[in-house]
Design a protein around this ligand. Structure first.
Ligand SMILES: [Zn+2]
Length: 133
């Protein structure tokens, strides 16, 4: 393939599609008149185009699209709606917030925590909430 043929190849495609202006179209046609290799390439492209257009058109299969996943925004709003007032109450009443220790995260410790009566700060918070309500 000659260098001018390589440079012409994009324009050859554009010529085939009818996208070139008059000067560019004339340049491609002048090259095609003197270059059998590019004429052969163009004829091959045209043959492929004809073959593709001759294929039967099949209807698209009725695809069942997956149901869209529920948006997490509702859950996020609910979590914020629950967490924000709680955080404000904890700050307002200066309730101590301690990160749980590793031992406190053991299943047996969690069960003990859930089954024991309120601790003093939580009980104080609960009492204040009852006063407000
Ligand atoms: Zn050429």
């Amino acid at each position: 393939m000659r260098n001018d043929c390589k440079r012409l190849e994009p324009a050859l495609h554009d010529w085939l599609e009818g996208w070139l202006d008059a000067p560019a179209r004339a340049a491609v046609e002048a090259h095609l008149r003197r270059c059998p290799a590019c004429r052969a390439k163009l004829e091959a492209w045209q043959a492929v185009g004809r073959a593709l257009r001759a294929l039967p058109q099949l209807p698209a299969p009725a695809a069942r699209l997956p149901e869209p996943a529920p948006e997490p925004r509702g859950a996020l709003r609910l979590a914020l709606a629950l967490c924000l007032p709680t955080a404000l109450l904890l700050v307002a009443f200066r309730a101590p917030i301690d990160a749980p220790s590793v031992d406190a995260l053991k299943p047996s410790a969690v069960v003990q925590t859930l089954t024991r009566p309120f601790t003093a700060p939580a009980q104080t918070l609960w009492n204040r909430l009852q006063e407000v309500i």
